[in-house]
Design a protein around this ligand. Structure first.
Ligand SMILES: [Mn+2]
Length: 324
C-alpha cells in the first residue's frame, strides 16, 4: 500500500510541519491507506546516558534532517512510498527521571500504534535504553516467539553491561535486559561495529557466552570479505524469520557522526554503513530503531542527517523483502 507523500518538486522540502520524511501524521492517514505498514515515532529520552547527555533532542533533529530524505533507492530499485503505507505518530510520552518507568511508558505508547497484526514500528531515539521498549512490542507483534527475536545490532558498544550507577535500564544495558527477558535470541544476534577501548577485557564475555556473533570493527577493516560471509551465514540461519534491527549512530566514526553521547573513533564511514545495510537488504524486519543522536554536539547537523538517511535505508531493507 502506498504513502501520500508530497512531491519535493511541487511542495518545497523546506516548507511545512517537519514529520519524519514528510510522512502523514498517523491520525491523518487516509482510510484506504490504513492500517499503515510502518509507523515511525520519536522517543525524546536521554536519562540512560552515561556520558554526554542531549539525545532527548534527537527526534526533533532527525525529523528536521529527514525533510531531505527522498523516497527512492536506485541502489535497490525501490520506491519506498509506493511499497509501504507509512506514518509518523509523533513522540512517545517519556519519564525523564526514571529509565525503568520510561521503558514502560514507551512500551505502552508503542503498543497502541497502528494495527498490531500489520504495523511495524521504527523508533527514533533518544538514547539506546529506548530500544528495549520497542523490542518488547516488536516481539509481541511477531507472535511472541519463544526463542526471542533475531537481532542485528549495529553499535560501537555491545550494550550488555548489567548495572551502571545502580541503574539496570540505562543505555549500555538494553541488550542484556532484552536477552534476560527473552525478547531477543542471542544465538541469532549479529553485532556489527564493536570496538575498544573498553572498561575491562571481560566486557564482551557475557555477549559471546550467550552466543552473540560479535563482528568487531577490526574485522571489518582487516577482512571485509569474511564479514560478508558471516552476514550470509546469519541470513541462512534467519531463513524467512523476522529480525529486529537496532542502529546506534555511534557505530559510525565521529568524523561523520560527532553528535552522539559516547563517541568512539575508528567506526564506519557513512558509505560503509550504507554498504553494510545493503548487505542486509531483503531481510524481513519485525521492527527497528535509530538511536543516540545528540544534536547539541552536532553543530552542522551531519549526525542527524546520517541518522535520517540510515533510517530510510533500514526501511528499504524490509521493502526489498516485500516486492510489489
Ligand atoms: Mn548503544
Amino acid at each position: 500500500m502506498p504513502t501520500d507523500l508530497p512531491s519535493g518538486r511541487e511542495r518545497p522540502r523546506f516548507s511545512g510541519l517537519p514529520t519524519f520524511m514528510r510522512l502523514p501524521e498517523l491520525d491523518r492517514v487516509r482510510a484506504e491507506h490504513q492500517p499503515v505498514e510502518w509507523c515511525i515515532y520519536g522517543v525524546p529520552f536521554d536519562g540512560g546516558t552515561t556520558y554526554h547527555p542531549g539525545a532527548r533532542f534527537g527526534p526533533r533533529a532527525v525529523r528536521d534532517a529527514s525533510q531531505y530524505v527522498k523516497p527512492c533507492s536506485p541502489e535497490l530499485g525501490i520506491d519506498l512510498a509506493q511499497r509501504f503505507s507509512m506514518a509518523d505518530a509523533g513522540d512517545s510520552p517519556v519519564a525523564p527521571y526514571s529509565c525503568a518507568d520510561n521503558v514502560g511508558l514507551v512500551q505502552d505508547f508503542a503498543t497502541g500504534l497502528g494495527d498490531p497484526d500489520l504495523t511495524r514500528l521504527l523508533a527514533i531515539g533518544g538514547d539506546h535504553s529506548v530500544a528495549l521498549a520497542n523490542l518488547r512490542v516488536a516481539w509481541q507483534r511477531a507472535g511472541r516467539p519463544s526463542s526471542g527475536l533475531p537481532l542485528i545490532h549495529i553499535d560501537a558498544h555491545l550494550d550488555t553491561v548489567d548495572v551502571v550507577w545502580g541503574e539496570r535500564y540505562g543505555h549500555g544495558s538494553f541488550l542484556i535486559r532484552a536477552i534476560e527477558e527473552g525478547v531477543v535470541d542471542p544465538k541469532r544476534t549479529l553485532s556489527l561495529g564493536v570496538r575498544g577501548p573498553l572498561n575491562t577485557l571481560k566486557d564482551l564475555d557475557f555477549g559471546r557466552e550467550a552466543g552473540i556473533t560479535v563482528v568487531g570493527m577490526s574485522r571489518w577493516v582487516e577482512d571485509r570479505a569474511s564479514v560478508a560471509s558471516i552476514i550470509q551465514e546469519f541470513r541462512a540461519r534467519l531463513g524467512d524469520d523476522e529480525c529486529y534491527l537496532t542502529l546506534d549512530i555511534d557505530a559510525c566514526d565521529p568524523s561523520c557522526a560527532p553528535g552522539t553521547g559516547t563517541p568512539v573513533s575508528g567506526g564506519f564511514s557513512a558509505a560503509e554503513l550504507f554498504l553494510a545495510l545493503r548487505w542486509l537488504a531483503g531481510i524481513r524486519l519485525a521492527g527497528a530503531d535509530v538511536v543516540e543522536v545528540c544534536p547539541s554536539r552536532d553543530p552542522q547537523g551531519i549526525t542527524a542527517l546520517l541518522a535520517a538517511q540510515a533510517a530510510f535505508q533500514i526501511l528499504c531493507i524490509d521493502a526489498a523483502a516485500h516486492p510489489d
